[in-house]
Ligand binder design. Structure first.
Ligand code: BES
Ligand code: MN
Ligand code: ZN
Length: 511
């Protein structure tokens, strides 16, 4: 059962619910707004706890107060918002996710909340509500498809283990429409992100390229997109030797999935292409990976998953722009027909690549997919890939690595990330790095050695984006989370689904 976020006009202190969430900025001694109203009804209990130093308003702090029937709600949660100077929609997402898991653990199946930051916090109502919806739904995300007892593990709670309803209660009836609009956008973005998480969390024996194509088909039907799925034969006709070189070691049929949304059919130049790496399992191929943590390579299709998910969000939110999602789906296996180190492959644009290491497979499948996107007339491209271990060394899990040939498009991604709370950091694409992938026998080689591993991967991709405006996002670090925090839960994050959708919206609005 999914969680529903509702909006209601009324007085929070009069709302009959198992729990009511209010908030407090750090350093505030006499709370105002909804928190102040609840404090007065509770005979100053919140102010007293502040005076006693038990509530500080720090980010992440949650205090549960039982109301012993002074107000209709049985419990009040005071959520710390941190310093008011640091406050933004990211803080709302964080608090909403933490609160949702906290109350689920307490067995609360429904609760109400005031709109964090919509008043004194300086956020507009729609943004606040969107962040509450995203934080709550994403923070409650669980992946228990493969638990045979159907229970969700240690922090399941509520009558049947789930939070069914969260209601945003707003005094001012005139802002209810804005809050409702924000909830509806946030719900679409959260549900799409959860689709991406599901695709990544499924094991590779289930989430094959064929299964990814079936999911894309369902999404296309759900939100009304055109779909084209290319098989091995059609890829051969197009001369996609780099993609097929990777796929030839696997018995699983590869798929190049193409999803098209036409939001501005009269203006084909108003376009955006989203290209995702969809390696459904990366063994490394003949350059086999070590056994330790190899199971994590079921998530090597996270870029492709985020593209399918973003296309769902874009198809639902309908911005005025043409968006094409292209997902390069195959396994990378060391089969008897697998490609060998030293093999030379020719991509769709005629450029040749010497395969030094078969584990640098992502750039090979993306090379042909970028070429194909160009052949469809797409002039603005963003690719998303769990491409290099090096990016995890460079940036860790705090932000996604960004590289490209267009500072304008990089700025657009930064701006979209500012809204979504997903962060990007640009690395330099200096010409000096190009020589690291110079080959003795072909136009380039697929690895550049130990130096600047994320950038040399991007240098190879650049050869196939050619003269399109292009940005590459390396999500090897950010595609998974190692613990629960705010809207993130351990496992797949669904990054950068929400940013890609926001980018399409911003570009459509000419922002
Ligand atoms: N899928 C991996 C990159 C990766 C590493 C993703 C860790 C998520 C977590 C990619 O295909 C790969 O194997 N890259 C190699 C490239 C090297 C052979 C040049 C790497 O990063 O080691
Ligand atoms: Mn690899
Ligand atoms: Zn890979």
């Amino acid at each position: 059962m999914a969680t529903t976020i509702k909006v209601t006009a009324g007085d929070a202190t009069e709302f009959d619910t198992p729990a009511l969430v209010v908030n407090l900025f750090q350093g505030v001694t006499h709370p105002g707004g909804g928190t102040g109203a609840v404090d007065r009804m509770l005979g100053g209990a919140i102010s007293q706890l502040i005076a006693d130093g038990e509530i500080k308003g720090k980010m992440g702090e949650l205090t549960l107060i039982h109301t012993i029937e002074r107000i209709p709600t049985r419990r009040v949660v005071v959520a710390g918002l941190g310093k008011s100077g640091d406050f933004d929609t990211g803080a709302v997402r964080r608090v909403s996710g933490d609160v949702a898991r906290f109350l689920r653990r307490k067995g609360v199946g429904e609760y109400a909340t005031i709109a964090h930051g919509a008043g004194i916090g300086g956020l507009n109502a729609a943004e606040s509500a969107q962040a509450i919806a995203e934080g709550t739904l994403l923070g409650l995300y669980k992946f228990d498809t493969y638990r045979s007892n159907g229970n969700g593990g240690e922090d399941a709670g509520g009558p049947d283990g789930e939070v069914q309803t969260v209601t945003i209660v707003e005094r001012d009836a005139s802002t209810v429409n804005d809050l409702t609009a924000g909830v509806s956008v946030g719900t679409v973005l959260a549900e799409s992100t959860m689709l991406a998480r599901d695709l990544v969390n499924h094991p590779a024996n289930v989430m094959t390229p064929t299964k990814m194509a079936e999911t894309a088909q369902q999404v296309a039907e759900e939100v009304g997109l055109e779909l084209d799925v290319m098989d091995r034969d059609r890829m051969r006709e197009h001369g996609m030797g780099a993609f097929l070189g990777v796929a030839q070691g696997s018995e699983e049929p590869p798929k190049l999935i193409v999803m098209s949304y036409r939001g501005d059919p009269d203006n084909p130049e108003n376009n955006l292409g989203l290209v995702g790496k969809g390696i459904t399992f990366d063994t490394g191929g003949i350059s086999l990976k070590p056994a330790a943590n190899m199971e994590a390579m079921k998530g090597d299709m996270a870029g492709g998953a985020s593209v399918i998910a973003a296309m769902r969000a874009i198809g639902s939110l309908k911005p005025r722009i043409n968006v094409t999602g292209l997902i390069a789906a195959t396994e990378n296996m060391p089969g008897g027909r697998a490609q060998r180190p030293g093999d030379v492959v020719t991509a769709m644009n005629g450029k040749t690549i010497e395969v030094i290491n078969t584990d640098a497979e992502g750039r090979l499948v993306l090379a042909d997919t970028l070429c194909y996107a160009r052949s469809l007339g797409i002039t603005r491209l963003v690719d998303v890939a769990t491409l290099t271990g090096a990016i995890v060394v460079t940036l860790g899990k705090a932000c996604t690595g960004m590289m490209g040939n267009s500072s304008k498009l990089a700025k657009d991604l930064d701006a979209a990330g500012e809204r979504s709370g997903e962060r990007f950091w640009e690395l330099p694409m200096l010409e000096d790095y190009r020589e690291l992938i110079r080959s003795d026998v072909a136009d380039m080689k697929n690895t550049g050695g130990r130096q600047a591993g994320s950038i040399t991967a991007a240098m190879l991709l650049r050869e196939f984006a050619e003269d399109a405006d292009w940005v590459h996002l390396d999500i090897a670090g950010t595609s998974t989370a190692s613990s629960n925090k705010g809207h993130l839960v351990k496992g797949a994050t669904g990054v950068p689904t929400r940013t890609l959708a926001q980018l399409a919206i911003n570009l459509a609005d000419g922002k």
